[in-house]
Design a protein around this ligand. Structure first.
Ligand SMILES: [Zn+2]
Length: 79
């Protein structure tokens, strides 16, 4: 999934949270959404890279852990 590359120039660095913008909440059943926040090796993308706010970063991490536990996401993939 390729994100939008149009980035307006901002004076200050502003964290851009996709989940806040889309008014979405992460859910363990939304594997397609969660997999966007997991590296190809199965690690959770750090918030510097994911661009999520602290609240959503924590929620995403939690939901990824749930999804892993249920076998929806792999702990380690691409081996
Ligand atoms: Zn957010």
């Amino acid at each position: 999934m390729k994100g939008m590359m149009t980035k307006p120039k901002l004076r200050k660095y502003k964290t851009f949270c996709v989940l806040c913008k889309e008014k979405k909440e992460p859910n363990y059943r939304e594997v397609a959404l969660l997999s966007g926040f997991v590296t190809e090796r199965g690690k959770v993308v750090p918030k510097e890279r994911s661009g999520l706010c602290a609240t959503h970063q924590r929620k995403v991490t939690l939901e990824i852990k749930r999804a892993r536990h249920l076998g929806l996401l792999a702990f380690v993939s691409g081996l």
